[in-house]
Design a protein around this ligand. Structure first.
Ligand code: TMP
Length: 222
């Protein structure tokens, strides 16, 4: 019997950004385009993505803004992330699936680090303890002024769709501004992995840029 070549490991792409930047729409469009090109795609999100992590998500995104202190919030996020990576992300990558994740570890740096002021080195240390050196192959940060993004999330349909998942949206504007600066700093520090995409434009222009980046950086046939 001829040797079967090992199936290539899939690619890991994450979408990041503030509230109302259009991540969920753009990630769905990219998933559809990759599937149309013949790739197997696994579309997922954080916090959540696996049954256990979705239960932890509920604790994180509902309730009073001060429900958790910053370190407790960090530990909950990493408990959820480990379950998600071990049960869903790693097995999917190993069988050749392209994993598209709506938020991942850069959100923790931006929200809990830059936003809440937890030491960035402590977050990196925890990441290494929980997940070793796992990083996305490509991270697209949909960048938008926080006022614009928050206004988008507060328009009727979106608010209803989110069904009470607004604990972070209700944090002060200064928090969202620090968090945006955090994403921009990460993009400057790791240009080979992280790209800023201007999300204030027409959504179709954002979709076209996302496809071009995935083609150029990862060789997808889009
Ligand atoms: P979503 O609105 O993109 O579904 O994300 C839910 C909220 O969780 C969002 O307000 C950002 C927040 N979050 C963090 O604060 N830290 C993290 O590490 C992640 C993944 C999300």
């Amino acid at each position: 019997m001829a040797d079967q070549p090992d199936r290539a490991r899939g690619r890991f792409i994450t979408f990041e950004g503030g509230e109302g930047a259009g991540k969920s729409t753009q990630i769905r469009l990219l998933a559809a385009a990759l599937e149309a090109s013949g790739r197997e795609v696994c579309l997922t999100r954080e916090p959540g993505g696996s049954p256990g992590a979705e239960q932890i998500r509920e604790l994180l995104v509902t309730g009073e803004t001060g429900r958790w202190d910053a370190l407790t919030e960090l530990l909950l996020l990493y408990a959820a992330r480990r379950d998600h990576v071990k049960r869903l992300i790693e097995p999917a990558l190993e069988r050749g699936c392209w994993v598209l994740c709506d938020r991942f570890a850069d959100s923790t740096m931006a929200y809990q680090g830059y936003g809440h002021g937890l030491e960035l080195d402590r977050i990196s240390d925890l990441h290494r303890i929980v997940l070793g050196d796992l990083k996305p192959d490509l991270t697209l940060v949909l960048d938008l002024p926080p006022e614009t993004g928050l206004a988008r999330t507060r328009t009727g349909g979106e608010a209803a769709r989110r069904g009470g998942e607004d604990r972070f949206e209700r944090m002060e504007l200064a928090f969202h501004e620090r968090m945006r600066e955090g994403f921009r700093t990460i993009a400057t520090a790791e240009p080979q992995r992280v790209v800023l995409v201007d999300a204030a434009r027409d959504p179709s222009a954002v979709t076209a840029e996302v496809a071009a980046l995935v083609r150029a950086r990862l060789g997808a046939e889009l």
